[in-house]
Design a protein around this ligand. Structure first.
Ligand code: SF4
Ligand code: SF4
Length: 499
């Protein structure tokens, strides 16, 4: 068996591991709050209004722009409001949400059946079904799945990312143990959709039960299931591709450019639901864990269910809490549990509030350089980011930083390096945008000057040409010349007479 590994990265122990593979089903809530702002692709437009009755699975909002996506009602009931609520978005701002009050029936809309044998459907029909089911990358990126598949048409290899990667998140592990048959079938659907002849499902080697479950249901010789070392950041797309296929994807290029399509295992299960079971994406598995909960657990909850109602089932203590959405490494701190579960919510951390250690000066130990999984020099980057020397930071490939925080956690001076890099990238792109704006304004001004100057020259040339033509014409006009001579003579004679 091949031994898959990669340079850099860190081993992080699981501290608050969910002990049982159980997935507790959360009953459809009395109310759901569904944000219109998507992680990628802008805001969706509601296709319902306040007071409308909706059924579970009904389309209630969509975008038709560059990245068209659909949102469905996750319960049946009445649209209570379309108004601003706190949304689980890294920006931390409020966003417009559709609020549905349950009618207690959870009555599904009738969805047109797709041909059960998906292999007879054209790949374009499979992609269309995925689009209409509102599926986005469920590993956290939230990129519309149908776009990713369309861009990877003709891919040779499909990689299913089942690494989970960050410590303590167990939602994909639970998913694989509960739905192995659906996942294998979902992989086949996806292979048909993108045209890949081969698929590799990559699982970290601490998820033995999940690995066994998938092996038991895999009868397809074109699907390989492999174990990779449990090391953070094994699940980052380019790192996973390098680990499995030894393909190095350069900065600014994409997996699809190299005949590879990468999809998260949760997304694959959602694809199965959409294409085989004709169900849109209206629920997901979420891990609730952390130092402040007595019963860390996985829950399957409808989208729009409040964090608070799910967290309450894990019995949090009464201390002051720090809430984090997503993993401890790449998640986002949020002020409270007033948010609702969305398509990319894989984990809710509830920790006892603690003081962060104070930041000290860099001692140039070089430990950060050792662990960077993309081969950057965080120590150098830090100096340039801190002094806002963006050009030098870019020379050191700042744009390739995946903000994984490996450098942060080994830094003995507790410098929040990834935060600096995130800020520096934002500043660079802002400056570049502003520079582009200034360049455009300057070019416009210069073009205007050039136009005025060119008009002047053209006018002068035209006048000179006309004068020349006139002269020529006059020279050729003999009669005219004579008339002039006679006139001159007359004038002269008059002058003589006067004398
Ligand atoms: S945050 Fe960026 S610089 Fe630091 S280890 Fe990760 S990729 Fe490297
Ligand atoms: S790990 Fe921290 S202290 Fe050590 S070189 Fe990197 S930034 Fe400096």
């Amino acid at each position: 068996m091949a031994s898959y590994t990669f340079k850099g990265g860190v081993h992080i122990p699981n501290l608050y591991l969910v002990k049982k593979p159980e997935v507790r089903q959360v009953a459809p809530p009395e109310q759901v709050v569904l944000p219109l702002q998507q992680r990628v692709g802008g805001k969706q437009k509601p296709c319902v209004k306040v007071g409308d009755k909706v059924l579970t699975g009904q389309v209630i909002a969509k975008t038709l722009g560059k990245y068209p996506t659909y949102m469905h009602a996750s319960i049946s009931g009445v649209v209570l409001a379309i108004e601003k609520h706190p949304i689980p978005h890294p920006s931390g701002i409020d966003g417009v949400c559709i609020v549905i009050d349950s009618d207690g029936r959870d009555k599904w809309i009738e969805i047109e059946k797709c041909d059960q044998d998906f292999l007879r459907c054209a790949p374009s029909k499979v992609i269309q079904r995925i689009r209409e089911a509102g599926i986005v990358g469920m590993g956290g990126a939230g990129f519309p799945t149908h776009i990713k598949i369309s861009n990877a048409q003709g891919a040779q290899t499909l990689i299913v990312n089942a690494t989970e990667c960050e410590p303590d998140i167990m939602c994909d592990d639970a998913l694989m143990q509960h739905y192995p048959r659906e996942i294998i079938r979902g992989v086949e659907v996806l292979m048909h959709g993108c045209g890949a002849r081969k698929a590799i499902i990559a699982i970290e080697n601490d998820k033995q039960e999940a690995f066994n479950s998938l092996l038991m249901y895999n009868f397809n010789e074109h699907i390989e299931i492999v174990q990779i070392p449990t090391k953070y950041t094994s699940g980052a797309e380019k790192i996973l591709i390098k680990t499995l296929l030894d393909i190095e994807i350069p900065s600014g290029e994409f997996a699809s450019d190299y005949g590879v399509l990468c999809q998260n295992v949760g997304t694959v299960k959602a694809i199965y639901d959409a294409v085989i079971d004709n169900k849109p994406l209206i629920s997901r598995i979420v891990t609730v864990t952390g130092s402040a909960v007595k019963e860390p657990r996985n829950y399957e909850a409808r989208l729009g269910t409040s964090f608070a109602s799910v967290v309450a089932q894990s019995k949090p203590n009464n201390n002051l809490h720090q809430i984090r959405m997503g993993g401890m490494m790449m998640g986002v701190d949020v002020p409270s549990v007033q948010y609702s579960i969305c398509k990319t919510t894989n984990c809710i951390f509830v920790n006892n509030a603690t003081l962060k250690p104070s930041t000290q000066s860099c001692i140039r130990c070089g430990q950060c350089n050792e662990v960077c999984p993309v081969g950057l020099l965080p120590q150098q980057l830090f100096w340039y980011a801190k002094s806002e020397n963006m050009d030098r930071a870019m020379d050191y490939n700042l744009r390739d930083c995946i903000e994984c925080r490996c450098c942060d956690i080994v830094c003995p001076s507790h410098i929040p390096l990834a935060q600096y890099f995130s800020f520096a990238k934002a500043l660079y792109y802002k400056q570049t945008k502003e520079k582009q704006k200034t360049d455009i304004a300057r070019e416009r001004f210069e073009f205007k000057e050039f136009r005025v100057e060119r008009n002047k020259t053209e006018r002068a040339e035209m006048m000179a040409r006309k004068k020349e033509e006139l002269k020529k014409k006059m020279a050729e006009d003999k009669t005219q010349k004579d008339k002039i001579a006679q006139a001159v003579a007359r004038v002269k004679n008059k002058g003589v007479l006067r004398k």
